[in-house]
Design a protein around this ligand. Structure first.
Ligand SMILES: Cc1cc2nc3c(=O)[nH]c(=O)nc-3n(C[C@H](O)[C@H](O)[C@H](O)COP(=O)(O)OP(=O)(O)OC[C@H]3O[C@@H](n4cnc5c(N)ncnc54)[C@H](O)[C@@H]3O)c2cc1C
Length: 258
């Protein structure tokens, strides 16, 4: 049980439905809540018996945003999401005061190309990281890969493409950001088709972005479906890439969602 002094009560301020099982929401943000882009918050919703159910959620919004934004799946029979999906604007949601997670770019040293490999809602932390001005100063290329089952699930396209024309970001982003949409179950509406792991094995992903993955240049963040995360990590480990550890910077940082 999380003690009441460990969390704040916030309000839902905005809801956006992408598909029947994917939606985004924004909440008020307590002024004392801080995080590093890429980190997650623990969110709580009321249960009927008076207790609270908690789940970790990557933060989508910028660290300087006055609110917090999240991107969620709705799991059939899911204890948390079956309650979350019924919340409306002005309803309460609890946010743990602590920020969590190691999917942050400060784990890397040097590097030229920053890769974000995501499936489904695993896109979330990478949007927050893209709002971080320092990555655009530090890296020559930022390659955002979002892999989903069908084109309806390619959420946040407008926001991502909006970086190219954004009044503060456009100049930094224009020759650096490469956005790759991947679909596994259809053959139109994306840039590439198939699983990230297959597209790495057959070199299609690197060919498409005209960038080679290697120990010296590549810093790779992987987030989403645990099978994809593990398999991708193994494929890249065979090429000599290693997970960044505290005090021992490597080339990869990963986060499993379940
Ligand atoms: C560090 C971390 C960050 C996370 N960030 C997010 C996020 O930003 N957005 C988000 O939607 N979820 C995120 N999750 C998953 C989230 O915490 C919950 O598992 C999810 O909201 C479902 O909760 P539930 O109680 O309804 O079902 P659960 O009982 O928690 O999960 C039931 C099953 O649903 C499937 N599942 C769970 N989450 C997902 C998902 N995101 N996509 C596809 N299938 C899933 C898995 O098969 C899981 O076993 C994150 C998890 C971790 C560990």
């Amino acid at each position: 049980m999380t003690k009441p002094d460990k969390y704040t009560t916030e309000k839902i301020t905005y809801l956006h439905k992408w598909t029947d099982h994917l939606f985004s929401f924004r909440t008020t943000r307590n002024e004392s809540f801080t995080f590093i882009p890429g980190q997650f918050a623990r969110l709580g919703v009321d249960k009927e018996d008076g207790t609270i159910v908690w789940r970790p959620y990557s933060i989508v919004s910028a660290d300087y945003d006055e609110e917090l934004e999240f991107y969620s799946i709705i799991v059939p029979d899911g204890e948390f999401t079956q309650r979350l999906k019924n919340l409306n604007v002005n309803d309460n949601i609890y946010v743990d005061k602590t920020n969590y997670g190691l999917l942050t770019t400060d784990r890397f040293e040097k590097g030229k190309d920053l890769w974000f490999l995501s499936t489904g809602t695993g896109l979330a932390p990478f949007i927050s990281i893209m709002y971080d001005f320092t990555i655009w100063e530090q890296y020559d290329k930022v390659i955002l890969v979002h892999c989903v089952r069908n084109k309806e699930e390619l959420a946040y396209q407008e926001l991502i493409n909006g970086f190219f024309t954004h009044e503060y970001y456009a100049e930094m982003v224009k020759n650096k950001l490469i956005y790759v949409k991947i679909i596994t179950r259809e053959d139109n509406g994306a840039n590439l088709y198939g699983r990230i792991t297959e597209l790495l094995k057959n070199n299609q992903l690197e060919q498409y972005v005209n960038t080679n993955i290697n120990v010296l240049d590549s810093r790779i963040m992987i987030c989403g479906n645990p099978e994809m995360v593990d398999d991708t990590r193994k494929i890249l480990a065979e090429r000599g890439l290693v997970i960044s550890r505290r005090g021992k910077p490597g080339n990869m940082a990963v986060e499993n969602y379940w």
